[in-house]
Design a protein around this ligand. Sequence first.
Ligand code: NAD
Length: 480
Amino acid sequence: MSTTSPGSAPVIARENPARSGELVGCVPATEPAAVDSAVRRADDAFREWSRIPITERITALLGAAEAVSARSEELATLLARESGKPLADCRGEIGFAVAFLRWVCDRAPVTLAPTEIDDAAGRLVVRRKPYGVVGCITPWNAPVILALLKLGPALVAGNTVVLKPSPLAPLAITEIVSLLPAVQVVHGGAETGRALVGHPLVRKVAFTGGDAAGREIAATAGAMITPSVLELGGNDPAVFLPDFALADADYERLVMASFATSGQVCMAAKRLYVPRARVAEFTEAYVAAAERILVVGDPLDPRVTMGPVISAGAAARIRALLAASGGGTAVPLGRNAPGHDPLSGYFVTPRLVVGLDDDAPLVAAEQFGPLVPLLVYDGEEEVLTRANASELGLGASVWSADEERAFALADRLEAGFVFVNTHNRTGMSLRAPFGGIKRSGYGREYSEEGLLEYVHPAVVHAPAAFRPGGTGMAAGAYPG
Ligand code: NAD
């Protein structure tokens, strides 16, 4: 991935996963030692950026949103070529990221406004102050939105940022960051990320990625007393209550809830729990919907809805997971786009896998690929226990014709986010806090809560007793 040519600086080269060997572009590799100067530049910039009025920061960020929007077609094509995601998905991701940036600019003046109380109890001011340099580390599966979810709130609040994108999709986000104020980018893998998290001038860490990196980052940040936000993996159950009523369009949405981005989405529907009496009907309609909606091929082909997975290593890992989950039947889904050659890149055939137990590796682990297990259940308490048995608790969904019943079950699912009658992107909202519980991490993105992650409440308090003319208080007493 990282190459050095004689006489030139080291670079990270990114290939097109749909056409293995085709170079999409390069970014300069940042040696871990060079992370220090990026953090110091960000720390210097913090003094100026944090002091300018929020209205000026908003003006700068709205200008950047406009600039990204104006280049969205070019950026979406670059993103599709480096990530293997269909072009329409990439347009959607960039559009959503721009919408989020604008939403943050709209909400920030209210959400981040100081609160001031001046009454008989005293004078209390609570300001929402930025931390300083925020170290952001992001994965490859949605490299634009996952970076903007951190950069938008951090920057509007007055922090500066050092971003380390994934070396597997660094190109489009680097272009986008060049349009934003107060952000430094460093490129590299785990070593570069470690140098960032462990830097003493990094005052907050925001990470999205997998379990192993998340644990290490939490440990390093903990040792440094650096606050962190961790958005980690999920193994989302989708629970179909016995009264579920799905039309063709609903089945199509459900199929894409698992297979968008070739299943490489943290909040994809990863375990489908279907009541025994309706399994045959469900399976038939699901396979038919996949045949209509799931078209595998080159991400730049407008007919295509599913591209390759991110790398040869990912394809091998996903196939090994299926092989290790013997005992089930893997039903191939969808179809290839006309003229598509599955051997041109890292393509994995999408499959519905039936007949597995919950402890099969494909069910128990986050598959992060285009394989989805269909699991049969008999009773509501049973399915609740099985859905909650995972150590992960990111998202979940409940599908029912009765919204009250769906909400009642949703309340008992162990997840940060439960969708009703949908799952994955179609269930998102800019105003809904997003993040996980249990081993899926902590902290939130999107929403007012996501904005508040990047400020700390700084208090100034003059108790009434000690203000001019106050009555005073006995030494050591508690206020009444
Ligand atoms: P990853 O953890 O391998 O890498 C993520 C980022 O962390 C990359 O930039 C990588 O270079 C860096 N990194 C790796 N090890 C590091 C370390 N020890 N210290 C510092 N940085 C390190 O994850 P990935 O394969 O890029 O992404 C897939 C995972 O991300 C999946 O588990 C998925 O569910 C999760 N994810 C979660 C969310 C969410 O919002 N909860 C969203 C998208 C993806």
